[in-house]
Ligand binder design. Structure first.
Ligand code: ACM
Length: 549
């Protein structure tokens, strides 16, 4: 930031350049007379402003022309996600390189209005609304700024997903990775395979806490998104300039699918007809059989998926590929016959063959495959991208080999991991990753060549929901750390050790008020409130922090 003013609102993520006008210049008022003019290409952002800021302020923001009030326009000289906000004595001008940049500018404008602009209705009728005079020039560091939400382990109803899209947008995050399938539940309606949701979306009971916990929640759990729900989620995301990356996790993490269609499993080594949707956590040996039937089945799944998630907003399709245990393939005559028939070396190469099949299939249909870094094992097809989760190593190898990479190492940005060492953290699992740790996370590891660094598309936080039973638990794990990650992804920050965490914390004071207005159940700086704790429910904290690289 180019100037500091302690009375100015703390903007998060921090814009590249901010020039606050001297306080004596006064504030720009908004009232019943304030008009909103949208140039061609700005109509969607105008609609968003009227429905959000209009609702929060109660102001009509009537359509109007001229150089006063709020003006929205595109400036082709700016990059598509770049924006400029100028508040002076005449007007509030928001310009974007594209509609996306304009939208991010509108988000900054909402932050300038103060925390009550994040409410759904005015709390003080007749109050005045004012914006400080300022010039902001801004654009993101990374094109991939995301959050992965696991809706399989615990289902998050559609409304909660839409709310998360709003929360991503408020932090200028533009990728929503939706982990739709796993051993514990299949969450998307597939018309040609109805049992995926009739059977695969439901389980009779659920482990409460870490898998070593003795507690069970005996309430049946489940749910899924209908195809129309998905269309709504995709459209809602698109209006917020968020790309959705749907994930169908294959060939491991597939017990829910196998319990619905037992022929998908390794029937020659286990009686898959006895399987049900998994009710506990961990890595599961019941993986897909590498048969033609399985390939055709999942081609059918992906065909419906491509229809639901159009190429314009979902260029990437995630196929999982993580933690596929090879025990059944080692035992299975069918799998071994396939290895022999294809002339493969071992089961790792069989997994690679499986992933390559869908890479070819997706590429022919104009999409790009992305998978967890295990897909590097046995060779990665050209054009495929990697979500680097087991540390930086997979991402470094992939980027050096010319593949695009999203850096999301579990040691840094797994938001299910506990955020403090205190005994009162709810169901604490994993490493301690504080707000400061996330703020000092660097997506481009040192030593990466310049060429390879260009393949780091960006970063995302990953939220696995084994110990998150509902939206409130998700909120607690995700916030405030997502605000720090948003700044890491958006703002070109100094090297980790040189980052101004105290300055970030100071701006967070304003941001907590925004999260309060939005109704986010974030972790307070002092720790969990009594109702955010889960006394007696076992977690699995891991001691010690692994090195950053
Ligand atoms: C993962 O955490 N298994 C990608």
């Amino acid at each position: 930031m180019t100037s500091e003013d302690t009375t100015a609102p703390g903007l998060i993520p921090a814009p590249r350049e901010v020039s606050w006008m001297p306080p004596e210049r006064g504030l720009y008022p908004l009232d019943e007379e304030t008009v909103l003019s949208a140039a061609p290409g700005a109509e969607g952002v105008a609609r968003w402003l009227r429905t959000t800021v209009g609702a929060a302020t109660g102001l009509p923001l009537t359509e109007g022309a001229g150089d006063h009030g709020i003006t929205l326009s595109l400036d082709g000289a700016l990059a598509p996600e770049a924006y400029r906000v100028v508040v002076d004595g005449h007007a509030i001008r928001i310009q974007g390189g594209g509609a996306a940049g304009l939208f991010w500018g509108a988000q900054t404008f909402r932050q300038l209005l103060g925390p009550d602009a994040f409410r759904r209705a005015p709390i003080t009728p007749g109050r005045t609304w004012e914006v400080p005079m300022v010039v902001i020039e801004d654009e993101p560091r990374f094109s991939w700024r995301g959050l992965m939400l696991d809706v399989s382990r615990h289902f998050l109803p559609k409304d909660d997903v839409l709310r998360y899209l709003d929360l991503l947008a408020a932090h200028k995050l533009n990728v929503f990775h939706l982990h739709l399938t796993d051993d514990q539940g299949w969450r998307v309606e597939i018309k040609r395979h109805p049992r995926l949701t009739e059977v695969g979306a439901w389980r009779t009971r659920t482990k409460y806490g870490h898998r070593a916990s003795e507690l069970w929640d005996e309430t049946p759990h489940g749910g899924y998104y209908t195809q129309d729900d998905i269309r709504e989620i995709v459209a809602y995301a698109a209006e917020r300039h968020i790309r959705v990356v749907p994930e169908i996790d294959i060939p491991g993490h597939s017990q829910a699918a196998i319990s619905a269609y037992p022929e998908l499993g390794n029937t020659d080594v286990t009686d898959t007809t006895t399987l049900s949707v998994w009710d506990t956590w961990g890595i599961n040996p019941n993986v897909l059989a590498p048969t033609d039937n399985t390939l055709r089945f999942f081609e059918g799944v992906f065909e419906e998926l491509l229809d639901l998630f159009p190429a314009t907003t979902s260029p990437f399709i995630h196929v999982g590929g993580d933690e596929c245990l090879k025990d059944q393939w080692k035992e299975s005559p069918t799998a071994q016959a396939r290895i022999a028939e294809l002339g493969l070396k071992d089961e790792e190469e069989l997994q690679s063959w499986f992933i390559r099949h869908f890479d070819t299939w997706l590429t022919r249909r104009g999409r790009r495959l992305i998978g967890w870094d295990e897909i590097l094992e046995g060779g990665l097809p050209e054009g495929a991208a990697v979500s680097s989760w087991r540390g930086y190593a997979g991402g470094i190898a992939a980027a050096e080999a010319g593949h695009d990479v999203v850096m999301c190492p579990e040691q840094q940005v797994y938001l299910d991991h506990r955020q403090d060492g205190g005994a009162d953290e709810p169901m604490p699992i994993g490493y301690i990753r504080t707000l400061e740790d996330v703020y000092r996370f660097e997506p481009v590891p040192p030593g990466l060549s310049e060429e390879a660094a260009r393949h780091v598309l960006g970063t995302q936080g990953n939220v696995w929901t084994e110990v998150m039973q509902n939206r409130s638990r998700v909120d607690y794990q995700v916030f405030p750390r997502l605000a720090a990650l948003a700044e890491v992804a958006w703002t070109p920050l100094p090297a980790p050790a040189d980052r101004d965490f105290a300055g970030f914390e100071a701006r967070m004071t304003d941001h907590y008020a925004r999260l309060d207005a939005l109704g986010v159940d974030y972790r307070r700086p002092g720790g969990p409130l009594p109702w955010q704790q889960r006394p007696g429910v076992l977690g699995r904290p891991i001691e010690g922090a692994p090195p950053v690289v």
